[in-house]
Write a protein of this length. Structure first.
Ligand SMILES: Nc1ncnc2c1ncn2[C@@H]1O[C@H](COP(=O)(O)OP(=O)(O)OP(=O)(O)O)[C@@H](O)[C@H]1O
Ligand SMILES: [Mg+2]
Length: 299
């Protein structure tokens, strides 16, 4: 069953229809990358899932339960890290989580164990300072700990890595990877390399609908091109190939690429075998997310 299912969601602000029949299926225990440019409607979608915004039409279910605007029953299943998380900056990380535990009705003993577990997960276990001295990355990590406090079935993070440097981004991505066993992760982003690193599933949001969505591996297979890359043991062997097949493009090292529309793989391999050329690798190239994104955005 899908942990989150959205069907035909419409949302209009004034005369601008931001969501125009959006469909989204987020499988349980996936790490789902929700990709879209600035202003494409990522935050709007997430706030509608949280019942904080009212969709004009459409249906949303979380773990099979219908989301109803203004009623937050399904939010007991969701942990949410907003795009700009707010904290009481005079508190320490553990004080803040303890406070969150109290207001959400957690039992003291249970919350103490959970807080210790979470602070260690997000690397803030030995952090004595008040939140006001935290870096952006530390705040995002604390925000994830807060969102995970009540063991949600669905963790929604709105652009958790966008404002961070590469080290901070890696820390967040590692945490999201680590919690996959316990929950389902939906995160929005426009940083494609982050998606490529950890996501099992993706959806591209464009013009108010998801243009391409599903298992990342399946999408890549579907949009696989006709380019191959080969690598020889020596550069003289590579030269033999490029002399025989002039449309082969030389790359870095002893690598070169060719397109199946120029030469068939079997022609190239026969040539290689006849000459006894040492091949280290030959592979069909998968499209990068960047390629897929360009395909979707039509640029
Ligand atoms: N409360 C609102 N009133 C009017 N327009 C709004 C409101 N909230 C969002 N919008 C508009 O809806 C569109 C989508 O906004 P949204 O914040 O969902 O995009 P986003 O994909 O999250 O963008 P970003 O990457 O910048 O966070 C934008 O054009 C925005 O200006
Ligand atoms: Mg946003």
């Amino acid at each position: 069953m899908d942990m989150l299912h959205i069907s035909d969601l419409h949302k209009r602000f004034g005369d601008r229809e931001v969501l125009r029949g959006l469909n989204l299926s987020v499988p349980e225990h996936s790490i789902y990358g929700f990709i879209g440019k600035n202003g494409s409607g990522k935050t709007t979608t997430m706030k509608t899932v949280l019942g904080l915004l009212k969709g004009d039409s459409g249906k949303i279910t979380v773990n099979g339960e219908r989301v109803v605007y203004g009623q937050t029953a399904t939010n007991r299943l969701i942990g949410y890290l907003p795009d700009v998380p707010e904290f009481y900056s005079f508190m320490t990380a553990s004080e803040f989580l303890r406070f969150c535990g109290e207001i959400t009705g957690m039992k003291r003993k249970e919350s103490e164990t959970r807080i210790e577990e979470l602070l260690s997960l997000v690397g803030l276990g030995c952090e004595p300072h008040r939140i006001k001295g935290f870096s952006r990355g530390m705040k995002q990590r604390l925000g994830i700990a807060q969102a995970l406090l009540n063991r949600p079935k669905l963790l929604i993070c709105d652009e958790p890595t966008s404002a961070l440097d590469p080290v901070g981004r890696k820390e967040i991505l590692d945490i999201l990877l680590a919690v996959r066993e316990q929950t389902t992760v939906l995160f929005s982003t426009h940083v494609l390399s982050d998606v490529e690193r950890i996501c099992t599933d993706v959806a591209f949001l464009k013009d108010g609908v998801t243009d391409m969505q599903g298992r990342l591996s399946e999408i890549k297979t579907k949009y696989r091109g006709k380019d191959y890359r080969l690598e020889t043991e020596t550069d003289s062997e590579l030269r033999l190939i490029t002399q025989a097949f002039p449309h082969v493009t030389i790359g870095e090292g002893n690598r070169a690429t060719f397109c199946e529309s120029d030469y068939t793989v079997s022609d190239v391999l026969h040539f290689v075998a006849d000459r006894g050329i040492g091949i280290l690798k030959i592979e069909r190239l998968e499209p990068t997310l960047e390629d897929l994104f360009m395909e979707v955005t039509g640029r």
